[in-house]
Design a protein around this ligand. Structure first.
Ligand code: ADP
Ligand code: MG
Length: 175
């Protein structure tokens, strides 16, 4: 079983994947620890390393044996055909708070809030995978998020099919 946890930075991927790994005995693959080996350049404007996804896939594929959880904001780009993909979501207001606490610079905060409001990770996930869910983490504890994902894995995930989360009102109209 391959569980992919993706989402905009700050949505809780690392925290929740760690919990799930312990609770379910899944092997934990953190892409942040591997992405450096797949670096293909540096985007000076965005201040971030560019990752060659095909190369990252070659690195991750042999590690993804047995029951694994793969977490990272690029995880959904890995074309594991049989994966269950969970996109973590967070309201822009709460995400802004989380990223500020993490010490993100203002520009990075804006960029990530916009990506979250535009459903970037979800849309990309749907382009690559067929078994996709989204879990709104706003106002929830990481344990509660993990419980929801356990329900999805148990086949009780219909309530988490894509299309329910929509931040456009809050983000684009609210100012
Ligand atoms: N469900 C949650 N509710 C509130 N805060 C959370 C939740 N999950 C994670 N956090 C906090 O938000 C921040 C980002 O979490 P993290 O797991 O690092 O996100 P990511 O790996 O997606 O960037 C951390 O400070 C973490 O403690
Ligand atoms: Mg993380």
């Amino acid at each position: 079983m391959i569980l992919i946890i993706t989402g905009t930075p700050g949505t809780g991927k690392s925290t929740v994947a760690g919990l799930l790994s312990r609770r379910l005995g899944l092997k934990l693959i953190r892409l942040s620890a591997l992405a450096g080996r797949a670096a293909c350049g540096y985007d000076a404007e965005r201040g971030s390393v560019e990752v060659d996804v095909e190369r990252l896939f070659q690195i991750v594929r042999p590690l993804a044996r047995g029951d694994v959880v793969i977490e990272g904001h690029l995880a959904h780009l890995l074309p594991f055909r049989e994966a269950t993909v969970v996109v973590l979501r967070c309201s822009p207001a709460e995400l802004e708070e989380r990223l500020r606490k993490k010490g993100f610079p203002e520009r990075k905060i804006r960029e990530n809030l916009e990506a979250e409001a535009l459903d970037v990770c979800l849309i990309e996930s749907l382009q690559v995978h067929s078994d996709v869910y989204e879990v709104d983490t706003s106002g929830m504890k990481a344990e509660q998020v993990a419980e929801r994902i356990e329900r999805i894995l148990a086949g009780e995930g219909e309530a988490f099919r894509p299309g329910k989360v929509d931040w456009s009102e809050e983000f684009f109209a609210g100012g």
